[in-house]
Write a protein that binds this ligand. Structure first.
Ligand code: A2P
Length: 335
C-alpha cells in the first residue's frame, strides 16, 4: 500500500538525491514518475534497481499523483506547482518561488511541523533555503529554552547548492589552474576555484544579496518569531556541505554548557565539540550524512547572553532533498 510520487527535476543535483533518499528511507511508493525538461525527457533513471523513463514536465499529466517533490527552479515551480496542486497532489517545492507567500507554509520538520496544516487545503509546501534549514534546526532548541533576540550569521556555502553545472565548474577550473591554464567562468560571478565569493543570488537595493535576505526572512517565518537576523552569505570551493558561523544573543541568561546540553538532546542535531581533541564539524565529514552538526559552542566574551556556534550540514540532503522527504513522511499518514 503506497503512493504515487513524482520527482520534478529528477535529473538535477537535488532531484537525484531526492530519489536516493526516497529509496534509502523506504518511502512507500507504488508508482514513480521522474520528470524533467524536454532536454532529458525520454532518458532513463534507475530507482531501486528498476529503470524509469523521464517524463517531460510540459506534457506530464499530474492526475492521480499523491505527492510531487519539485526541484527544477523557481520559474518552473511558479508555472507548474499550481497545476499539480489543482489535480489534488501535494507539491513540496524546493525553489524560492512560494516560500514567503502568506498562504504557503515553510516547513522544517524538527522546527514547525504544525505549519503543515495550512497545506491540507492549498496543497503547496515550501522547502526552505538550504542555509536557513540547518541554522533553524540548531536555533530552535535554544530558542525554546531562552528566546533569541538576535542572530548574526556568516556562511561558507558549497557549490552543489548552485546545481550540477556549478559543481562541474569548480572541478574544471581547479584542473585548468593546476595545469597552468586560465579558468573559464560561466556559472558563478567570479572564479570559484582557490577563491571565496561573497555573492550568492542577486544584489538588492539595500546592499544585501537575495540569499542573505532569504536567511533573514525565512528564519523569522519558520521560527514564528521576530528574531533580528543579519547574514553574509559566501560561496567557497567545497563540493558538498554548507558551514555557518552563527552568533546568537538571547533575551536572558544562556551559556555554552547549557547550550551544549540542549543541542545534544535536540532532534536532528549531532554535537561534535571537543577542543582538546581538536574535534569539530567539517563539510568533508558532514557530506553524505543526515544530521545538522554543531560544534565550537562557546560563550561570546564580547557581549552578554551571547554564544557562538559552528553549524555544518549536507546542503543537498538536510538542506534540500532530505528535508523535502521528511515533509512527505509527515503528510502521508493523514492522506
Ligand atoms: P533537465 O535535466 O531536463 O535540464 P540542477 O539544479 O542540478 O541544475 O538541476 C535542475 C533540474 O531541473 C534538472 O532536473 C532539470 O532538468 C530540471 N529543469 C530545469 N528547467 C526545467 C524546466 N523548464 N522544466 C522541467 N524541468 C526543468
Amino acid at each position: 500500500e503506497g503512493y504515487v510520487v513524482a520527482v520534478v527535476g529528477a535529473t538535477g543535483a537535488v532531484g537525484k538525491t531526492m530519489l536516493e533518499i526516497l529509496a534509502e528511507r523506504n518511502f512507500p511508493i507504488d508508482e514513480l514518475y521522474p520528470v524533467a525538461s524536454s532536454r532529458s525527457a525520454g532518458s532513463t533513471i534507475e530507482f531501486r534497481g528498476k529503470e524509469y523513463v523521464v517524463q517531460d514536465l510540459e506534457t506530464f499529466d499530474p492526475t492521480g499523483v499523491d505527492i510531487a517533490l519539485f526541484s527544477a527552479g523557481g520559474g518552473t515551480s511558479k508555472t507548474h506547482a499550481p497545476r499539480f496542486a489543482a489535480a489534488g497532489c501535494y507539491v513540496i517545492d524546493n525553489s524560492s518561488a512560494w516560500r514567503m507567500d502568506d498562504d504557503i507554509c515553510l516547513v522544517v520538520p524538527e522546527v514547525n511541523p504544525h505549519a503543515l496544516e495550512m497545506a491540507r487545503e492549498n496543497k503547496i509546501i515550501a522547502n526552505p533555503n538550504c542555509s536557513t534549514i540547518q541554522m533553524v534546526v540548531a536555533l530552535k532548541p535554544l530558542h525554546d529554552a531562552v528566546p533569541i533576540e538576535r542572530v548574526v550569521v556568516s556562511t561558507y556555502q558549497a557549490v552543489s547548492g548552485a546545481g550540477g553545472k556549478a559543481m562541474d565548474e569548480l572541478a574544471k577550473q581547479t584542473a585548468q589552474l593546476l595545469n597552468g591554464q586560465s579558468a573559464e567562468v560561466n556559472v558563478f560571478p567570479a572564479r570559484i576555484a582557490f577563491n571565496v565569493i561573497p555573492h550568492i543570488d542577486v544584489f538588492m537595493d539595500d546592499g544585501y544579496t537575495k540569499e542573505e535576505r532569504k536567511m533573514m526572512d525565512e528564519t523569522r517565518k519558520i521560527m514564528e518569531s521576530e528574531i533580528a537576523v543579519t547574514a553574509t552569505t559566501v560561496r567557497v570551493p567545497v563540493f558538498y556541505g554548507h558551514s555557518e558561523s552563527v552568533n546568537i544573543t538571547f533575551s536572558g541568561p544562556m551559556d555554552a554548557v547549557t547550550a551544549r546540553r540542549l543541542l545534544a538532546d535536540a532532534e536532528g542535531v549531532c554535537v561534535v565539540d571537543d577542543p582538546a581533541g581538536e574535534d569539530y564539524p567539517m563539510p568533508s565529514e558532514a557530506a553524505g550524512t543526515d544530521p545538522v552538526w554543531v560544534g565550537r559552542i562557546r560563550d561570546d566574551q564580547s557581549c552578554a547572553n551571547s554564544l557562538h556556534l559552528w553549524v555544518v550540514a549536507d546542503n543537498v540532503r538536510k538542506g534540500a532533498a532530505l528535508n523535502a522527504v521528511q515533509i512527505a513522511e509527515i503528510l502521508i499518514p493523514h492522506s
